[in-house]
Design a protein around this ligand. Structure first.
Ligand code: NAD
Length: 494
C-alpha cells in the first residue's frame, strides 16, 4: 500500500449500490435510495438502495429456498471449504480497493482499516473454511443396548445485523462460521457503512457461492432490520450494535417465532494501571491507542482509565503526551493515526458527553472540541477528562467516541469495585509486574476479555463476547460455531 495508490482509488467515482437478493443486484421495491455521505468531507459520494419490508421478505424467501434445496448445505464439506477459501483469496486480492471504499464510507484511518477490515475479514473466512471439515458429531456414553448419536446440523436461515465501525471484520465474524456450517444468511449492514461489506458479498459469488445463500439488504434499521427481527422465517439472529437495538431484537424474537438471538453490545472497558506496571511509558502509549484509534469507535475500547493514585498525575501527563503525537485528520492519509467520526449525529453525541462530564465535575486535560471543521468532515480532538467519579455519566454510559475518562484508586479492591460498577462487561486490562495480582484481577473483573500488560489485539483464536449488558454468545474462535448449529440426538435401540 502506498499513498499514490490510495489517492488514485479515492479519486474514482463510486457507482450506486443496490441490494443483493438471489444472486442479483436489485433496486428497492419502491425505487427508494439513500444518500451516502463521507465523514471525510461531509459530501455525498454515492447512494444505496433504501430497503423496504418487501425487500427484506424477498431476501429471506431467497435464503430459505436456498437452504431447503440443499444447494449449499448439501454440498460436501470439501466443496464448501473450496468456495470459502477462494472468497478469502479474493478479499485479499482486492484488499486496498475494499479498504479505501470502506474508509470513504465510515472514516476509519486507512492504516488501521487495511488490517482490521479486509485483512481480518479474509483471515476469519479462511479460519472457518479450514475448520469446517474438522467438526465432528459425538457418540454418547450410553449403555450397550442403545446408540446415542449427537449430530451437528445447520440452523437454517441466519439473519445478521452489522454496525458501522468495522463492517467487514464484524461481518466476517458472523458470515464465516454461519456459511461454513451450511446455513443461508441474510445480511443487514449499517446505514452509514455498508459499501465495503456489500462489495465483499459480491466477491463471495465470484468465488462460487450459489445464488440465494447470501443475501444483503441495505436500508434503515427501523424498517428492514425490524422486518428481519420480526420474521417468522429467520432461525437465528446475530447482532453487533447498541444495547437499545439489542433489547428491541429480543422483543421482536418474543413477538414472532422465538428465534435465538445473539448480541454483541457495547462496553465501558476499564484499563487499570498499577504503579508497579512493567513500563509506564509503554502503558501510556498503549492506553492512548486503546481508546483513540478509529476515533474511539471500537467496542472493546479502553474508555475508562483507572490509575493508582500515587502515579495519577504523571501517568495522565504521559497519556496526554502520547495522544498529542497521534495525528487526527484525513483517514485516507497514511500518516493519520485517528480518522473521522462516522457521522455528524455521532459527533454531536460525543460532544454532548464531554459537556455532561464537565457539568458533573470532570476536568478536560486534552481536547474536548470539534476540529478541522473547514474540511466539512466530522473530526473530534481526542479528549481526556480527569476527576470522573464511579457514578458519573462518563463511567456509566458508553460514548463510542474519542473520550477517555480517568478515575484514581488506591487499593486492589477499590480498583475491582470501580471496574465492576457498570452494567457492561466486554473488555478490560490490568498493568502490573505482580503475577498474583494480575491473575487476581483477571478473575475479579467481570468482562469477556481481560488483557494483561497490553490492550487489544486478541486474534481470531480466542472468543470475543460480553457479559452483563455487553451481550451473550461469542464471535471468533471455534466457540462461535455453536451459534450456527443445532444439536440433534439420534437415540437408537440396538
Ligand atoms: P445500532 O444499534 O444503532 O445499529 C447497529 C445495527 O442495527 C445497524 O445495522 C442498524 O441499522 C441496525 N438497527 C438499528 N435499529 C434497528 C431496529 N429497530 N431493528 C433492527 N435493526 C436495527 O448501533 P451502532 O450505532 O451502529 O453501533 C454502535 C454500537 O455498537 C456501540 O454501542 C458499540 O459499542 C456497539 N458495538 C459492539 C461491538 C461488540 O463486539 N460488542 C462491536 C462494535 C460495535
Amino acid at each position: 500500500m502506498d499513498q499514490t495508490q490510495i489517492d488514485a482509488l479515492r479519486a474514482q467515482p463510486v457507482p450506486a449500490f443496490s441490494h443483493l437478493i438471489d444472486g442479483k443486484h436489485v433496486a428497492a421495491s419502491d425505487g427508494g435510495t439513500m444518500d451516502i455521505k463521507s465523514p471525510i468531507d461531509g459530501q455525498v459520494f454515492t447512494t444505496t438502495a433504501k430497503g423496504t419490508v418487501a425487500d427484506m421478505q424477498a431476501a429471506i424467501t431467497s435464503a430459505r429456498a436456498a437452504f431447503e434445496d440443499g444447494r449449499w448445505a448439501g454440498q460436501s464439506p470439501a466443496a464448501r471449504k473450496k468456495v470459502l477459501m477462494k472468497w478469502a483469496d479474493l478479499i485479499e486480492a482486492n484488499a486496498l480497493e475494499l479498504a479505501v471504499l470502506g474508509v470513504r464510507d465510515n472514516g476509519t484511518e486507512i492504516n488501521m482499516a487495511i488490517k482490521a477490515e479486509p485483512g481480518s475479514a479474509a483471515g476469519t473466512i479462511r479460519y472457518y473454511a479450514e475448520a469446517l471439515d474438522k467438526i465432528y458429531g459425538e457418540i454418547a456414553p450410553t449403555s450397550s443396548d442403545v446408540l446415542g448419536m449427537i449430530h451437528k446440523e445447520p440452523v437454517g436461515v441466519v439473519g445478521a445485523i452489522i454496525p458501522w465501525n468495522f463492517p467487514m471484520m464484524i461481518g466476517a465474524w458472523k458470515l464465516g462460521p454461519a456459511l461454513a456450517m451450511g446455513n443461508s444468511v441474510v445480511l443487514k449492514p449499517a446505514e452509514t457503512a455498508s459499501l465495503s461489506l456489500m462489495r465483499m458479498c459480491d466477491l463471495a459469488h465470484e468465488a462460487g457461492l450459489p445464488a440465494g445463500v447470501l443475501n444483503a439488504v441495505t436500508g434503515e434499521g427501523a424498517v428492514v432490520g425490524e422486518a428481519m427481527g420480526l420474521s417468522m422465517d429467520i432461525d437465528v439472529l446475530v447482532f453487533t450494535g447498541s444495547g437499545g437495538t439489542g433489547r428491541r431484537l429480543m422483543e421482536y424474537a418474543a413477538r414472532s417465532n422465538m428465534k435465538r438471538v445473539y448480541l454483541e453490545l457495547g462496553g465501558k472497558s476499564p484499563n487499570i494501571i498499577f504503579a508497579d506496571a512493567p513500563n509506564l511509558d509503554e502503558a501510556a502509549k498503549v492506553a492512548a491507542g486503546g481508546i483513540f484509534r478509529n476515533a474511539g469507535q471500537v467496542c472493546v475500547a479502553g474508555s475508562r482509565l483507572l490509575v493508582e493514585a500515587s502515579i495519577h498525575d504523571d501517568f495522565v501527563a504521559a497519556v496526554a503526551k502520547a495522544t498529542s503525537m497521534m495525528r487526527v485528520g484525513d483517514p485516507l492519509d497514511m500518516s493519520t493515526a485517528i480518522g473521522a467520526v462516522n457521522s455528524e449525529v455521532q459527533l454531536r453525541q460525543n460532544l454532548g458527553f464531554v459537556d455532561t462530564a464537565v457539568s458533573e465535575g470532570g476536568e478536560i486535560v486534552l481536547g474536548g472540541q470539534r476540529i478541522l471543521q473547514e474540511t466539512g468532515g466530522y473530526y473530534m480532538a481526542p479528549t481526556i477528562v480527569t476527576g470522573v467519579t464511579p457514578e458519573a455519566t462518563l463511567t456509566q454510559k458508553e460514548v463510542f467516541g474519542p473520550v477517555l475518562g480517568v478515575t484514581p484508586f488506591t487499593t486492589d479492591d477499590e480498583a475491582v469495585r470501580i471496574a465492576n460498577a457498570t452494567v457492561y462487561g466486554l473488555a478490560g486490562a490490568v498493568w502490573t509486574s505482580n503475577l498474583s495480582r494480575a491473575h487476581r484481577m483477571v478473575r475479579s473483573v467481570r468482562t469477556g476479555v481481560m488483557h494483561v500488560n497490553t490492550y487489544g489485539g486478541a486474534d481470531g483464536t480466542v472468543p470475543l463476547g460480553g457479559v452483563g449488558q455487553s451481550g451473550n454468545g461469542s464471535d471468533k474462535s471455534l466457540h462461535a460455531i455453536e451459534k450456527y448449529i443445532n444439536l440433534k440426538t439420534a437415540w437408537i435401540k440396538l
